[in-house]
Design a protein around this ligand. Structure first.
Ligand SMILES: NC(=O)c1ccc[n+]([C@@H]2O[C@H](COP(=O)([O-])OP(=O)(O)OC[C@H]3O[C@@H](n4cnc5c(N)ncnc54)[C@H](O)[C@@H]3O)[C@@H](O)[C@H]2O)c1
Length: 282
């Protein structure tokens, strides 16, 4: 599809989004496209056994493509696993071949393997670390050659979580391998963010992490999570923010991504930014 709204604030910019088939990743792809960017999108579009809720499908990724197309911007969308560094490099290369550059990386893909029987399998821990710690590292590594080739520099935003500051597990009863892996990965990416923010500053590449509280996506709005909350009221209570406003929608997180990547964020690097309606103050 030909570019029509290249005049937006991100006209001629290119963003790479992982986990783009639905939820926050899809919202980021659409909002960046509305702002004028072309999009390179990747998603697993498959189930991981330790995850108790249905994950995204190829049809979900098709829908993201349709919605980005509607904005008039272009999208290269591929199935791929963030645990597979070579596959990510292939997807980035295809996108850069198509669009000629890369400006922004949103390392967003994630799983929450804390609920259900599966969350108590040790694979829930290794899957969480594989997808949300190793996967974030591989995402940035795969994108780095294209970012470094961009004379304008660029910006990377890692989606961590409130669980990057405090544990998902609230007591002995809610303890699981999945909760440990989620908490460890979301804390761990703060280390990666600081590593890359320091290492890439001289290349004018800024790196930050965003730490949302609850966001209305299928990751948390599902039967398995409802059952988990009913079984562990302390978990539900720990997720309730201070502000008494409706649960955050995915495109509200996208606004933070736009801010951090855009000109308003040009002095901001190395920051772990809560977007959590005051959850961290509790
Ligand atoms: N929803 C929340 O309450 C919440 C809160 C804080 C942080 N987060 C984080 O936000 C990010 C986005 O999650 P969401 O809320 O949009 O959930 P979601 O389940 O709707 O979307 C996550 C996407 O990541 C994809 N994905 C998972 N594993 C992958 C892999 N190995 N390779 C490629 N793609 C993969 C999924 O297929 C899915 O499309 C995640 O990192 C999540 O941990 C979510």
């Amino acid at each position: 599809m030909t570019a029509q709204n290249a005049a937006g604030p991100f006209g001629d910019k290119v963003v790479f989004v992982t986990g783009a088939a639905r939820g926050q990743g899809r919202a980021h792809a659409i909002r960046f496209a509305e702002a004028g960017a072309d999009v390179i999108a990747v998603d697993l579009c498959d189930q991981i056994d330790s995850v108790a809720y249905p994950m995204a499908t190829p049809e979900d990724l098709d829908e993201t493509v349709r919605l980005v197309d509607k904005t008039g911007r272009r999208i290269v969308a591929e199935q791929g696993d963030v645990r597979d560094r070579e596959r990510l490099a292939e997807v980035v290369a295809r996108g850069v071949e198509e669009f000629g550059r890369l400006d922004f990386v949103l390392a967003n893909a994630g799983i929450l393997p804390a609920a259900g029987r599966q969350g108590r399998d040790i694979t829930a821990y290794t899957d969480a670390i594989g997808v949300m710690l190793n996967g974030v590292y591989f995402t940035i590594e795969a994108a780095l050659p294209a970012l470094l080739a961009n004379p304008d520099g660029g910006a990377i935003v890692i989606t961590s979580s409130a669980a990057g500051f405090k544990s998902v597990s609230t007591d002995f009863e809610s303890m699981s391998h999945g909760a440990a892996g989620y908490t460890a990965a979301k804390h761990g990416v703060v280390g990666l963010m600081r590593h890359f923010a320091t290492s890439l500053a001289s290349k004018n590449i800024r790196v930050n992490s965003v730490h949302p509280g609850g966001v209305a996506t299928p990751m948390v709005l599902n039967e398995a999570m409802a059952g988990f909350v009913a079984e562990h009221p302390s978990f539900g209570e720990s997720q309730r923010p201070l502000l008494t406003i409706p649960m955050m929608e995915p495109d509200e997180v996208s606004e933070t991504m736009l801010y951090l990547c855009g000109p308003a964020g040009r002095h901001i690097t190395g920051v772990a930014l809560p977007v959590d309606a005051g959850l961290m103050l509790k």
